[in-house]
Design a protein around this ligand. Structure first.
Ligand SMILES: Cc1cc2nc3c(=O)[nH]c(=O)nc-3n(C[C@H](O)[C@H](O)[C@H](O)COP(=O)(O)OP(=O)(O)OC[C@H]3O[C@@H](n4cnc5c(N)ncnc54)[C@H](O)[C@@H]3O)c2cc1C
Length: 301
């Protein structure tokens, strides 16, 4: 039988939140194992040029590789496996079952499994991701200075994206399948209606996307309008990556984890945490905070 190693902290996720938590826990003298999911860096792995993480001027993946080395230099271990179930509790230790068929045991758990933008599943959307189709206005808006963009969605995220882009792009069209922005806050609705360069197309949806020969996007709507633009920003919600957790653990309306609702000994950081602004800087900040809470918890056991 394999010997079961007892870790002080098991960290789920190797995005910026998980890697920051690993650095703090390992440097704080705790035996730390990161169960890093299927790839290093999480969402940062898809960021070719990272321009808004202070002090960094490379790609998102390069940042993650640097963070990984830094955490490992203090003794953190990293395995690229995904959690499928968390069993046990603070009294008996936590058992995390993973997709390699093994279970990993720890006294505390930090959940940093991120959230995935809900993907647009229409013709052309997948192929054109990163070539005109984006899921992050604050990240990619900069590339559309003086250009025409479309935002898809009608909730707070979509209206926030449209307002952000209206300061950058020439014209912004919001395409929303319902007749009004009933899911968005009044303050955002009012701001959108006051902006001269934002136009709202209601009661229509996107059907397909393609590229024109001069590298623009041509978007066909369900009522057969054709919109020619430079970029499409999809804001149809995020899904927190928490499938492996018990349904009994309360989530917010976006499926994200509320720190005060977690069982004793389990901490949360990054995009999977309720109320967080989904950025690398906040993931790093909450990763640090969760690690410090976990260390204080372990020290009083
Ligand atoms: C295209 C794109 C561009 C972006 N550009 C920017 C930008 O320019 N600037 C910026 O600040 N932010 C940007 N963001 C947002 C930023 O990447 C995220 O806010 C940040 O990565 C969140 O970090 P995280 O560690 O919380 O989660 P993630 O980065 O999502 O990492 C989650 C980790 O959890 C792992 N995981 C998932 N499920 C499991 C499981 N069951 N078991 C174990 N591990 C699991 C994943 O493999 C991954 O390693 C961008 C996002 C996208 C999608």
């Amino acid at each position: 039988m394999n010997e079961v190693i007892m870790y002080d902290v098991l960290i789920l996720g190797s995005g910026p939140a998980g890697l920051t938590a690993a650095l703090y826990c390992a440097r704080g003298g705790k035996k730390t194992l990161v169960l890093g999911g299927d790839r290093l860096g999480g969402q940062t792995a898809g960021i070719a040029v990272l321009e808004n993480y202070p002090g960094w001027a490379g790609s998102g993946l390069e940042l993650a590789e640097f963070m990984k080395k830094q955490a490992e230099s203090f003794g953190a271990e990293i395995k690229f496996v995904s959690a499928t179930e968390i069993a046990g509790d603070a009294e008996s230790a936590f058992n995390i079952l993973c997709d390699d068929g093994k279970r990993y045991v720890g006294k505390a758990v930090i959940i940093a499994t991120g959230a995935s933008p809900r993907r647009l599943e229409i013709d052309g959307a997948r192929e054109l991701m990163g070539q005109g189709v984006s899921y992050c206005a604050t990240c990619d808006g900069f590339f559309y200075y003086g250009k025409d963009v479309v935002v898809m969605g009608g909730g707070n995220s979509a209206l926030n994206d449209a307002l952000y882009l209206a300061d950058v792009a020439k014209n912004v069209k919001i395409v929303y399948r319902k007749g009004a922005f009933t899911r968005a806050e009044d303050v955002l609705r009012n701001r959108v209606s006051e902006r001269e360069n934002i136009e709202c197309l209601f009661n229509t949806d996107l059907k397909k996307i393609a590229k024109t020969p001069d590298d623009k996007l041509v978007i066909t709507t369900t009522d057969d309008q054709e919109i020619i633009c430079d970029g499409l920003f999809v804001a149809i919600g995020h899904e927190a990556n928490t499938d492996y957790l018990s349904e009994d653990i309360r989530r917010d309306s976006m499926g994200r984890l509320i720190p005060s609702e977690l069982p004793r000994g389990i901490f949360v950081a990054g995009d999977v945490e309720s109320e967080i602004k989904m950025q690398i800087a906040t993931a790093v900040g909450t990763g640090c905070s969760a690690a410090m809470d976990a260390i204080a918890y372990l020290n009083q056991l």
